[in-house]
Design a protein around this ligand. Structure first.
Ligand SMILES: Nc1ncnc2c1ncn2[C@@H]1O[C@H](COP(=O)(O)OP(=O)(O)OP(=O)(O)O)[C@@H](O)[C@H]1O
Ligand SMILES: [Mg+2]
Length: 112
């Protein structure tokens, strides 16, 4: 299994959810995040006003997926999150040792 993590613009989360559901993703975790990238939070504009903090509000989306699906899911995330402007976010993949579906005890790909 892989864990796909995406840091995206908060206003993109509904589009991302729809796109992932269309792809067939059956679960995900969304959490609030803050951070900065290469511009160190200085030059991005949020809803028309320049943000005054170094840390910009972002949304983290995490999806546990079978190995074979990870690359396509990254493509879905990147194409949906892209606006062409600085601050669109970042997506990465990490290897996952094991996952368990708590109710059934299923493990591995069957659990995600
Ligand atoms: N190297 C990194 N490690 C962890 N999180 C990061 C990293 N770079 C960016 N992020 C997270 O992603 C968010 C969005 O990053 P951002 O899109 O600004 O990246 P960037 O590399 O500056 O690209 P761009 O030039 O398109 O803005 C940041 O606010 C931060 O939360
Ligand atoms: Mg940036």
């Amino acid at each position: 299994m892989k864990l796909v993590t995406a840091i995206i613009r908060p206003e993109k989360v509904d589009d991302i959810r729809s796109a992932l559901e269309s792809y067939g993703v059956r679960g995900l975790t969304v959490s609030h995040a803050s951070g900065y990238g290469r511009q160190r939070g200085h030059t991005e504009v949020y809803r028309g006003a320049e943000y005054t903090s170094d840390l910009l509000r972002k949304t983290r989306v995490e999806i546990l997926v079978p190995d074979h699906a990870a690359s396509d899911i990254v493509d879905v995330l990147v194409s949906t999150a892209n606006t062409g402007r600085a601050g669109d976010g970042k997506v990465w993949i990490t290897q996952v040792e094991e996952a368990v579906r708590v109710r059934t005890g299923e493990r591995g790909d069957a659990a995600v």
